[in-house]
Design a protein around this ligand. Sequence first.
Ligand SMILES: [Zn+2]
Length: 336
Amino acid sequence: MAYSKELHERARAEIKRRKTDAEYTAQQHRNELNTRYPEFQFIESELAKTGMEIVGVFASKDNVQERLATIRAKNTTLRNERKKLLKALNLPEDYLDVKYTCEKCQDTGYIEERDDERGVSYGTKYCTCHQELLKKYASEKMSKATPLELSSFDDFDLGYYPKQVGSSGESPYEVMKYVYDNCKDYAEEFALDSNNLYFYGRTGLGKTHLSLAIANEVMKKGYNVVYGSVITFLNKLEREKFGRTETFETEDILVDADLLILDDLGAEFSTPFVVSALYNIINCRIARGVPTIISSNLSLDEVKNRYPESIASRIMGKFKIVEFAGKDIRQIQNDE
Ligand SMILES: [Zn+2]
């Protein structure tokens, strides 16, 4: 993973904060019971003594097994008494346990890689919770310039689309009502295996609004969404590729996002670098089976003319085409 040091540090700091919080809460619970219930305090101190007794058994080496069994029995009895006491106080059985955000690594951020059969440890690796945080911070950073929360399905006004039936036999209103409903369903039912979408239509028909509305809903579900214009992303990739930055995370961020939204395909200046970078991102995401939404003014014929077969065939074969209709909404708003 080529995420920057800064993002790794943020993730480590957050996991550490989670661990401290979890342990603090458990300690608070214990303190509270110690202060309020002498019988709890008694059980706790007896339990602490059994720990010391076990150390003593190993030190003296006499009748080790027998003495250990006695101490263990005492320990079990005390734990049961503590359980009963919690129940009598109407507290949950796990009230004194440390409740980690991530049980897998107990909020350490690391998992041991080991072969249990052979009893061999291969060292540690980052836990998935660390990876998830990296993705979250990276997408926040990447989408920082876009006010994702400003567009919602609720403030999308279908009233701007004319109801007169056009040459296609449908009115822009009918077309857009269908598009709107589909986008809303898409966002509501979003999953990692959702379709890729290709939004196509002239400027000002609401493509950006609806992609942002989808981004907003999908993020609320806890998925990691990266949104931005093709030009911005390609500029970042180019700067990294030619060594004008210190970090090299853009490609990973774009490929790793749960949902990637590429706005305004076709506005970029076409160079061999741009074409291969675009192909690489679209193709890696298709290979990973995660969804991408592309919005563009280019019709499929224009895509075919402008991009090499490798890109055009991916868009035509792997994306669901969503065509926007109507007059430029911004124009209508300005005319009023
Ligand atoms: Zn973890």
